[in-house]
Design a protein around this ligand. Structure first.
Ligand SMILES: [Zn+2]
Ligand SMILES: [Zn+2]
Length: 195
């Protein structure tokens, strides 16, 4: 799959955003202007006017819509969601090479509000994944008590857990214990003698 650097960046922001939801993180990670501002800085989202209280509710709402794309039952359903997200915000494709980045496409309308900006950029990134027939790369972490999502960009689509340290470590430990158990089981059964 050919994924350009800016699409990869957008997918990174998408995952970061979805994982701020209260049902994922335990409590709302974007509760107010300060938190949304910090998110904008962390994700290096440019060409934005100052964030206000309206942006907080709009971004929370958008987050729910984006998660629906992730969990859509079919590509048709996901495509419909992406189409309506992108259409609602007057996405405006234009080429740019700002800040020494190579030529790439911006989809958000100039000076769009944060949620509209994100709907255009993240919606298009999701659209590219769907176009490539790679919807299965949009994953939810398989750790039993983890609701985080991630985009599996590994070559063989083998990633099962999110990159939170907890999940990574816990799964290593679980795999190690499972190996020990099956080794112990093999010993208990013993080796058939005189068969
Ligand atoms: Zn850019
Ligand atoms: Zn996880």
């Amino acid at each position: 799959m050919l994924i350009t650097h800016d699409t990869e960046c957008a997918l990174g922001i998408l995952v970061e955003l979805l994982n701020t939801a209260p049902e994922v993180a335990g409590e709302e990670q974007l509760p107010d202007v300060a938190a949304v501002d910090a998110f904008v800085v962390r994700c290096d989202i440019g060409e934005l006017d100052a964030v206000g209280p309206d942006d907080v509710t709009a971004v929370q709402r958008l987050r729910g819509q984006l998660r629906e794309v992730f969990t859509a039952p079919s590509t048709e359903a996901a495509a419909e969601l992406v189409n309506s997200l992108v259409a609602a915000v007057n996405a405006t494709p234009r080429l740019t090479n700002h800040d020494g980045h190579g030529w790439h496409m911006h989809y958000f309308a100039p000076h769009a509000a944060l949620a509209d900006h994100l709907a255009a950029e993240l919606g298009m990134a999701l659209g590219l994944i769907l176009m490539a027939g790679e919807r299965e790369r949009l994953r939810r972490c398989e750790a039993p008590d983890c609701a985080r999502v991630f985009v599996d960009l590994s070559r063989n689509r083998s990633r099962r857990y999110c990159d939170s340290r907890t999940c990574g470590n816990r799964m290593h430990v679980a795999a190690y214990r499972a190996r020990q158990r099956s080794a112990a089981d093999a010993e208990d059964q013993g080796v058939p003698v005189g068969a």
